[in-house]
Every structure is written in structure tokens, then in C-alpha cells.
Design a protein around this ligand. Structure first.
Ligand code: NAP
Length: 244
């Protein structure tokens, strides 16, 4: 039976594990950032590999036939490591990247969280910050109020100093609904939203809510995928390729 390593931490990675399990030995890898992660079926390993060389060694030691990089579109370091390690070990790599959000052309696009933080004060006075716990420190000094939503509470080492007093932290995990997002933004009198272009149905409702409330959305664009690596956009496409 061939062995597949799925670099995970996403719903797509979990669905792919279920799709491949009868025909593959499936090992899913999680970074270990979340205290109580949703677990895929099959074998699960948790924690970093020790950079590209550690991953290359793992691929050979575990006799991995195919690696699927099904990490979040913003997990750029892990994706880069996967590309380097698969090239070094000769193990096939496929990238599963869900499509980006349906974005309005008028919404400002930026390349980084730092740039997003810079833009916010010119666009509103009460920001809904949905870019996740990592990098939240960039928003500490925006000078306007912030509603921060993330899965795990922000803190050290990513956030060595507390958030300002006019920030509220809301711990929540999707899926979110348009009605719920609209009510949340009204309740907190949000007038600007910031998001990564993560894509996916679980978190897209905030954009529909912002659109209907006429709230501008600052969008952080995705980091590029390593050139030359095959990229598929759905679980079905990857499953078809691997099960063919
Ligand atoms: P990252 O910055 O790209 O990766 C940093 C390091 O974490 C990697 O070099 C690797 O350590 C380890 N790592 C990351 N993903 C791993 C995995 N699936 N299995 C084993 N080790 C992993 O990653 P990140 O942005 O912190 O994301 C961490 C995890 O959270 C990923 O699995 C991702 O799918 C998920 N996630 C990320 C976001 C986001 O916005 N970035 C959002 C939702 C979920 P070594 O070098 O030691 O191997």
C-alpha cells in the first residue's frame, strides 16, 4: 500500500485523508499550534520536522510516496520547506490550494500584515481584524479600536506585550454565517474589516456581510507558491490524481 503524507491544519487536509484512506497509508501532519485540533482519520503526527532537511529525512525514513501540501495558503514556510524537501528526496509533491475569496475590485489589496495595519486608520475607526493570532502584533499601534477574532488567545511569543485597551478579543472558530457576521459587525460598530485572502466557505460570510453593510475590506494577498510545483484547487482533484 502506498504512503501519503498530508501536510495539514485545514479542512481540506482532513477531507483528503478520508478520501485516500482505503487505498493509502495516510499520515497527516499538524503543526501543533492549536490546543484541541480537529483530527483527521488515519495516522496523525504533530510538530515541526526541523526544517527542509528534517522533512527530507522523514520522507525517506517513512518511505513516503507522495506529499500533499494541504496547509493553509498563508503557511508559506511549511510550503517552501515541502518544495525543497521533496526536490531533495525525489518524493512527489502536490499542492492543494483552495481558491481565494470572491473579492470586490474596490477593496484595497496589500502584500503583508504590516501594510494592512498601516492602511487601516485611513479607512475607519473600528477595525474587525480576522487575520489570525500570528502577526497580531502588527496591529497593536494602529491607534483605532480593534475587534480581534481568532481561534486561540493571542499572547507570547507572537504578542509579547498586551493589546491596547480599545481592543476586544473574540475567540471563535468557523463556520460563520452572514447573519451572524452582520450582527457582530453592527454590534461592535465595525467600519473596516481586514482579512487574509484565505478563501474557503467556512470564513467567507464576513465578506458578504461587509459588502452589504458597505464596509471597506483590506485584503492581504497570498504568498506565492513555489514555481514548478503542481497545484490543484480541490480535494476531489487531488483524490482523483492519487487514486488514478
Ligand atoms: P508556517 O509559518 O508556514 O510554518 C512554520 C513552521 O511550522 C514550519 O517550518 C514547520 O516547522 C512547522 N509546521 C507548519 N505547518 C506544519 C504541519 N502541517 N506539520 C508539521 N509542521 C508544520 O506555518 P503557520 O502559518 O504557522 O501554520 C501552522 C499550521 O497552521 C499549518 O499547518 C497551517 O495549515 C495551519 N494554519 C495556518 C494559518 C495561517 O494563517 N498561517 C491559518 C489556519 C491554519 P519545521 O520547519 O520544524 O518543520
Amino acid at each position: 500500500m502506498p504512503t501519503v503524507l498530508i501536510l495539514g491544519g485545514t479542512g481540506e487536509a482532513r477531507r483528503l485523508a478520508s478520501a485516500l484512506l482505503p487505498r493509502y497509508r495516510v499520515i497527516s501532519s499538524l503543526a501543533g499550534r492549536v490546543a484541541d485540533p480537529a483530527r483527521p482519520v488515519g495516522e496523525v503526527r504533530v510538530g515541526g520536522f526541523g526544517g527542509p532537511s528534517g522533512l527530507a529525512k522523514y520522507l525517506l525514513d517513512e518511505r513516503i510516496d507522495t506529499v500533499v501540501d494541504a496547509t493553509h495558503p498563508f503557511a508559506a514556510q511549511m510550503s517552501s520547506n515541502a518544495a525543497v524537501a521533496s526536490a531533495a528526496s525525489g518524493v512527489r509533491l502536490v499542492v492543494l490550494r483552495r481558491p481565494g475569496y470572491d473579492l470586490d475590485p474596490s477593496w484595497p489589496r496589500v502584500d503583508s500584515l504590516a501594510e494592512a495595519a498601516e492602511r487601516l486608520p485611513s479607512l475607519g475607526e473600528r477595525a474587525f481584524i480576522t487575520t489570525g493570532r500570528q502577526g497580531i502584533g502588527y496591529f497593536r499601534n494602529i491607534g483605532i479600536a480593534g475587534l480581534v477574532r481568532c481561534v486561540e488567545p493571542p499572547g507570547p511569543p507572537e504578542l509579547p506585550e498586551p493589546l491596547p485597551a480599545n481592543f476586544t478579543v473574540l475567540l471563535a472558530r468557523g463556520p460563520f454565517t452572514v447573519d451572524g457576521e452582520t450582527e457582530l459587525m453592527r454590534e461592535h460598530r465595525i467600519d473596516v474589516l481586514v482579512t487574509k485572502d484565505s478563501g474557503g466557505a467556512m470564513t467567507a460570510a464576513k465578506l458578504e456581510a461587509a459588502r452589504s453593510l458597505g464596509i471597506p475590506v483590506v485584503v492581504v494577498d497570498r504568498p506565492p507558491v513555489t514555481p514548478g510545483v503542481p497545484v490543484l484547487s480541490t480535494v476531489d482533484e487531488v483524490a482523483r490524481l492519487l487514486l488514478a
